[in-house]
Every structure is written in structure tokens, then in C-alpha cells.
Design a protein. Structure first.
Length: 292
């Protein structure tokens, strides 16, 4: 059956009940239905313009529409992430680990100590710690009370001393005195999660196996609209998809620098941030130089 040009669609001729899984609709209205791409937790909206309402929400059309939009959104986010990376490289050309160490074991220990503590404080503690206990064997055999006193000022010193000694004992007994070069072996050590493992692999061995996510990276990645997650592992997964592998670790270091210098937790300095025009969280009213 065909309609002559200009003939309006007879809405009364539609089926008395829509096909299964299609929502109720009214002419000119907007509808919501479960997304076949994203699942029940997401809702799809469509406006009926120039097509039969049932066509507008047909699963195959919705699937195609959302696939295109998700792809475009991801591509736009990836492009923005690359531009952010380029600017961070210009702002912070030197992206080196700020912890002081001479061996992979010392870096592992220093990174464990840096939890809930500044790198500056850790660097004040480690010279004497490494003078007394320079390697895994020495730390594994150390008196736990002496270890606790040496690292006391870094906070949570009892738990940190226990983890440091446990990790060093495992390195001596299971890994022939060598810090493992594989993620799955590193995270099996006491006190070592992906953050610590990523720092050690990248800086001690030059292996970029992931993105280090600390409090600064977590905060800035959300503000910059590069992730909607709060879990560090999920944030790392999102960033890995957006960034070149060779930049995974120096991205974290540069973002940490920027978080300390400009994008602080309580009072981000949007008026002097060179990433503000790329940041959804920035207050653009404070940016005459960027906008002008």
C-alpha cells in the first residue's frame, strides 16, 4: 500500500497494540525504552520526526543509533585526552618519579610508604631506612620494632612495616631476591596493589603495563570528563583505552604535578589552568584569556 505525495500518515491505521518490547507512544511525544545496547540500567529517548513512531524505536534502529553515538562520543573523548596529554607534556616536560631510590626493592618500599603520605616526607625517611636496611634480605630479617620507628612519620607505620617486611620476605623466598617483573606476581606481595605495581614496573623496569591511579589522577580524570568511575581499577581501564601505552606512566606523573600546582582538591585555579577549555568541570566565566 502506498501513499500519494503530501498525504499525511493516518495514525488511526496503526496496530491496536504495539509489537513486544516497544513502549506506548503518542504523536509528537518523546518516549523512553530500555537500551538494547547498554542494558536495562540505561534509557533511550527518541523523538518522532518524519517517520512512523514505531519505526523510531525499532530495536535495530535504536541499536544503530546508539552504536554510532557511543563511537562518536568515545572518539571525541579520545581526541580530547590526546590534546590534554600534549599540553601536559608542554607544561611539565620532565616527568620523573619523585621518590628517591637506587634499586627496584627500594622503589617498592618507598612506594608502599607513600600511601597516605607525601613523596617529600617519604624522601626524608628513606635515607636512614636504606642505610640500615639496603636490600630485601636486610629488611626481611630486620627487627619489626626498629622498622616501625624508622618509618613512623609516614603514618600507618605498623601496617606499613608489616607489609614491607612481608613483601621482602616473599621476594627473598619466592623470587630469588629480585622484585618480580610481572603484574600478577607483584600484586601477590603483601601491601602491593595495582598502583604500586604500576609504579615499580614503569620506573624500575621500563614496563608500562597500566596507568597509576592515585588521588590526584582519580580527581582530575573525573573533572576532565575522561571517566565517570570512582573505582581506581575502572578508572585505569578507561584511561588505558584513551592514551598511548608509551605515555601511561608519564601521564600519571604529569597529572599529579598539575593536581598539586593548579587543579587542587578544594580550590582549583581554573583562571590559570591551560586545560580549562578542555575541562567540563571548569568555570568558563573565570577564563577571559582562554575565551578571548
Amino acid at each position: 500500500m502506498t501513499r500519494s505525495q503530501g498525504e499525511s500518515l493516518n495514525l488511526d491505521s496503526r496496530p491496536s497494540s504495539p509489537p513486544p518490547l516497544l513502549p506506548k507512544w503518542e504523536k509528537g511525544s518523546r518516549i523512553q525504552s530500555p537500551s538494547p545496547i547498554l542494558g536495562e540500567g540505561f534509557r533511550v529517548r527518541a523523538t518522532f520526526i518524519g517517520m512512523h513512531p514505531l519505526q523510531a524505536v525499532h530495536p535495530s534502529l535504536v541499536r544503530k543509533f546508539f552504536t554510532m553515538n557511543i563511537t562518536r562520543k568515545w572518539a571525541a573523548t579520545k581526541q580530547r585526552a590526546i590534546e590534554i596529554l600534549i599540553r601536559l607534556k608542554r607544561l611539565y616536560p620532565e616527568a620523573d618519579c619523585t621518590l628517591n631510590y637506587e634499586t627496584p626493592v627500594q622503589l617498592l618500599v618507598a612506594t608502599i610508604l607513600s600511601a597516605q603520605c607525601t613523596d617529600e616526607r617519604v624522601n626524608l625517611v628513606t635515607p636512614e631506612l636504606f642505610r640500615r636496611f639496603p636490600d630485601a634480605q636486610a629488611i626481611a630479617c630486620a627487627d619489626i620494632g626498629e622498622l616501625e620507628q624508622l618509618i613512623r612519620s609516614t603514618g600507618f607505620y605498623r601496617n606499613k612495616a608489616k607489609n614491607i617486611q612481608g613483601a621482602c620476605r616473599a621476594i627473598v623466598e619466592k623470587h630469588n631476591h629480585q622484585v618480580p617483573k610481572r603484574m600478577e606476581l607483584l600484586v601477590d606481595l603483601p601491601g602491593v596493589a595495582r598502583k604500586t605495581a604500576n609504579v615499580v614496573l614503569a620506573n624500575a623496569y621500563g614496563i608500562n603495563q597500566g596507568v597509576t591511579v592515585d588521588t590526584h589522577v582519580k580527581r582530575l580524570s573525573n573533572r576532565l570528563g575522561l571517566t565517570e568511575n570512582s573505582d581506581p581499577v575502572k578508572i585505569e581501564r578507561d584511561l588505558i583505552r584513551l592514551l598511548p601505552q608509551e605515555d601511561w606512566e608519564n601521564w600519571s606523573i604529569r597529572l599529579i604535578y598539575h593536581g598539586r600546582a593548579v587543579c587542587t582538591a578544594r580550590n582549583p585555579a581554573c583562571d590559570r589552568c591551560e586545560l580549562a577549555d578542555l575541562c567540563p568541570a571548569a568555570d568558563l566565566s573565570l577564563l577571559p584569556n582562554v575565551l578571548g
